[in-house]
Design a binder for this molecule. Structure first.
Ligand code: NAD
Length: 298
């Protein structure tokens, strides 16, 4: 069994580390937030107050952090992982970040003699808790093969997407499709209501018909229909508007880089931007239903 250093013990990092511990690994965790460290400690993580302490003696080090700037700082910055990790440790970033930052970390890690894998995930906090996350790996084949064994206790599916940064590329495209589907599910919920359909009846139809989608089945923005939905809980974030907006923005930037226009994705991004502008960054992204109908149930 391995000793694993873990940086970032938030909504995702907390349940993910719990599954590593259940599988018999020991986890040494660091987070800037004291409350995140305490919650992790209650789950069996050895809470550390510096990155240096968390990575000491670790066979592998994971990051589960908000964005590329923070991942670069945590892995490559002063006092960061590259400075203190064991030279043989496999470094894995499961945060969702831009492809360019991921490739920069790959290059800096390689120059410092480390094996690094980008390994973003899909499945949300419910998938993290149930150990059914989809992992998308990018890196050298020998390193992604090592990463596969380590992520297995947290995963439902593991895909090797190719070279450095390719895991992030797959994740960004996937989440672009997610925000477009969420927009569709929210618009469908409003239109069904306005046309006089009972919410549960319409959901029963759509979920076994061609209107089905992951957000419909997991995040339906009408309360009382889907157990895992934030709409049942005052739209307290399961996946915050800020994170969804970040991912939708990464897709817009990636599309601009390669010279394509994505009208549906752009509309979904602008709707998330409105949530941010209206002060709902920390609420769940499914609150976009309020942009379509301010009187929407919930
Ligand atoms: P979160 O905000 O709940 O957790 C991030 C944690 O990182 C926080 O506890 C924060 O204190 C900590 N942190 C920030 N800067 C730090 C630093 N410099 N050093 C140490 N700790 C630091 O976010 P989350 O929902 O757990 O998401 C983490 C990553 O996973 C993001 O990149 C997100 O896009 C991705 N993701 C999230 C979901 C989801 O449903 N929440 C799903 C898939 C992927």
């Amino acid at each position: 069994m391995a000793t694993i250093g873990w940086i970032g013990l938030g909504n995702m990092g907390l349940p993910m580390t719990k599954n590593l511990i259940t599988a018999g690994h020991s986890v040494r965790g660091y987070d800037l937030s004291e409350s995140a460290r305490s919650a992790a400690e209650a789950n069996g993580v050895t809470a550390c107050t510096t990155i240096a302490e968390a990575v000491a003696g670790a066979d592998a080090v994971f990051g589960m952090l908000p964005n590329g700037t923070i991942s670069k700082e945590v892995f490559c910055g002063a006092g960061g992982v590259l400075e203190f990790a064991e030279p043989t440790a496999l470094l894995i970033d499961s945060s969702t970040i831009d492809v360019a930052s991921a490739r920069e970390i790959h290059e800096t890690a390689q120059q410092a003699g480390f094996a690094f894998v980008d390994a973003p995930v899909s499945g949300g906090i419910s998938g993290a808790a149930a150990a059914t996350l989809t992992f998308m790996l990018g890196g050298d084949p020998a390193d992604t093969a090592r990463a596969k064994e380590l992520v297995e206790p947290m995963a439902g599916n593991i895909f090797d997407c190719g070279g450095p940064g390719n895991g992030q590329a797959a994740k960004i495209v996937n989440n672009m499709m997610l925000t477009v589907s969420l927009q569709g599910a929210a618009e469908g919920a409003v239109l069904a209501d306005k046309l006089g359909l009972d919410a549960q009846t319409f959901w029963n139809v759509a979920s076994v018909s061609s209107g089905d989608s992951w957000p419909l089945r997991t995040w339906y923005p009408v309360p009382g229909i889907v157990e895992t939905a934030a709409s049942n809980n005052g739209f307290e974030a399961t996946f915050s508007a800020a994170l969804a907006h970040k991912d939708a923005g990464l897709a817009q930037a990636a599309a601009a880089d390669v010279g394509v226009t994505l009208p549906g994705a752009k509309a979904a991004f602008e709707n998330l931007q409105k949530l941010m502008d209206d002060g709902y960054a920390d609420m769940d992204c499914s609150l976009i239903i309020r942009n379509i109908d301010p009187q929407a149930p919930g």
